[in-house]
Design a protein around this ligand. Structure first.
Ligand code: AMP
Length: 488
């Protein structure tokens, strides 16, 4: 199948060639023709499948006719996160070069007025997160009655983030005759209900779900203790055994853990940056850019924050927590070992996480061996119910790897992997939980319409402000966080 066979306009085909795309991906080949025929499309596809172009390209072709009117955008794309929205904007920049369209990005965390001004001048395309879109609508800055085409992207993530009520509200504000392109990686019942309600006789397009992991990725499990500080110690020991890290992503299940890990790793001298839902947009973009430019070696991220981000090939993925949703594991480790390159993926697993790990192994149909960190991890007794496996010895250097950043200020220099076990963490000081709560309260919500209820399907996602189960309230407030230290 060629792009020229899909029915795209000559101008759009020119843009495709200029972007360097030679053949359509399966989702593009299947979704573009019905989209151009003004049919509703329900696409089961994941990030990385080329689904952005699957809706951007037909949209470009269809927008060639007609023009935008003040406050009445012609098309609307809903994205669950600011980063995804920004990536779609970038796709319009790349693919829409020949079209001279007005594209308005309505996302939270940045100034309201410039966005309102853009809509005022007439937007051909609005790319929005649900909360900020509703803000504009409720302030009377936006009329949704001119929307010809609606794209709902990453619908299952919208569900995870509690945005479904907003989506329903928005759909009801749009013209009944609009065309809807709907994309989701999975189809849980809530999503099926939504499609039944808001899609009209859709063409169903499905590209195979990724349940397998690339052979080029070396996957390893690392036994870890449940207690938070000891688990962070295990992570640092693991990082120090890895001598060939070009860049790595450290995934955690919750944004509170992400923030804590960032502070902790920096204090211990690692060159780390964090990406989580409570950071403002410019901070997230800055971190991401730093990681892309190799100024940041370790990017700590939650699934929601990292979802769909165009992050370059990484040499290592570290799962600080076992993802509770098995498919997230495939997504996470898919950040490495791309295009036949070698990648390393390590997953810290505690006894308590064993049940989630079992789910992952049955999805990927592989048994993953343990990586032996040596003595002092405090892990053995903690994971005695974890699946029995052979252990591989770490590839060690005679000298442990030095972290890339400055010397730690608060704690000692990196230890050798076989260092004797550290004493158990101190008991919490009374002020600690108070400090943690105060910090949580200060954190801005990513959207005005904060996630309302976490889905039962994903009990540990990055959508809760509650500290994770092995966090401050367990009495694990690390000592360094209670001291005033300058981190850098
Ligand atoms: P997506 O799944 O939309 O996030 O796309 C993943 C990546 O694939 C992006 O970097 C796109 O630029 C790229 N891409 C999309 N379609 C094609 C294509 N037909 N040929 C080559 N690369 C593509």
């Amino acid at each position: 199948m060629m792009f020229s066979e899909l029915g795209l306009s000559p101008k759009t085909l020119e843009a495709v060639t200029a972007a360097g795309y030679t053949t359509p991906t399966p989702i593009q080949a299947e979704a573009i023709p019905p989209a151009l025929a003004r049919r509703d499309v329900m696409g089961l596809a994941q990030t990385g499948s080329g689904k952005t172009a699957a809706f951007v390209l037909p949209m470009l072709s269809l927008l060639e006719k007609g023009r935008a009117r003040a406050r009445m955008p012609r098309t609307l794309i809903l994205e669950p996160t600011r980063e995804l929205a920004d990536q779609v904007r970038e796709a319009f920049e790349t693919l829409g070069k020949m079209h001279n369209l007005n594209v308005a990005l309505l996302i939270g965390g940045v100034a309201f007025e410039p966005q309102a001004l853009k809509i005022d001048r007439g937007a051909d395309v609005v790319i929005a997160t649900p909360g900020r879109l509703m803000d504009h609508f409720e302030r009377g800055k936006l009329l949704l009655t001119g929307i010809d085409m609606l794209v709902i992207d990453e619908a299952d993530r919208m569900l995870d983030m509690g945005f479904i009520p907003d989506i329903e509200k928005i759909c009801k504000l749009l013209p009944f005759t609009r065309q809807t392109l709907f994309f989701s990686a999975t189809m849980p019942p809530e999503i099926q209900r939504l499609t039944a309600q808001f899609l009209s006789n859709p063409v169903r397009v499905e590209v195979s779900n990724r349940s397998s992991t690339a052979e080029t990725i070396t996957q390893m499990l690392v036994k870890a203790p449940h207690e938070a500080k000891a688990k962070r110690d295990t992570l640092r020991q693991l990082l120090r055994t890895q001598t060939n890290v070009k860049n790595g992503i450290i995934f955690a299940n919750r944004k509170t853990t992400v923030a804590l890990l960032e502070k902790s790793l920096k204090v211990h001298g690692f060159n780390a940056g964090a990406l989580h839902g409570d950071m403002d947009q410019s901070a997230r973009m800055k971190t991401l850019q730093g990681f892309r430019n190799n100024e940041i070696t370790y990017l700590i991220a939650s699934d929601v924050a990292a979802r769909g981000l165009d992050i370059p090939e990484v040499s290592h993925v570290f799962n600080f927590d076992v993802p509770t949703h098995a498919e997230d594991y495939v997504h996470r480790i898919g950040r490495t070992g791309r295009a036949g390159r070698e990648g390393q993926a390590f997953t810290l697993v505690t006894k308590e996480e064993g049940k989630y790990w079992k789910g992952i192994e049955s999805l990927i149909k592989k048994e993953i061996p343990y990586f032996d960190l040596g003595e002092g991890t405090g892990a053995d007794e903690a994971t005695d119910e974890a699946p029995a496996r052979s252990e591989r010895k770490p590839r060690r250097e005679s000298k442990p790897r030095e972290p890339r950043a400055e010397k730690p200020k608060a704690e000692a220099a990196p230890r050798a992997p076989k260092a004797p076990r550290e004493p158990r963490p101190e008991q919490p000081k009374p002020a600690a939980p108070v400090q943690a709560r105060a910090e949580d309260q200060r954190s801005p919500r990513p959207e005005r319409h904060a996630p309302q209820k976490r889905s039962d399907r994903h009990p540990q996602r990055d959508v809760s402000d509650a500290p994770d189960s092995h966090s401050f309230h367990d009495g694990n407030m690390p000592a360094f966080l209670m001291r005033s230290v300058k981190v850098g």
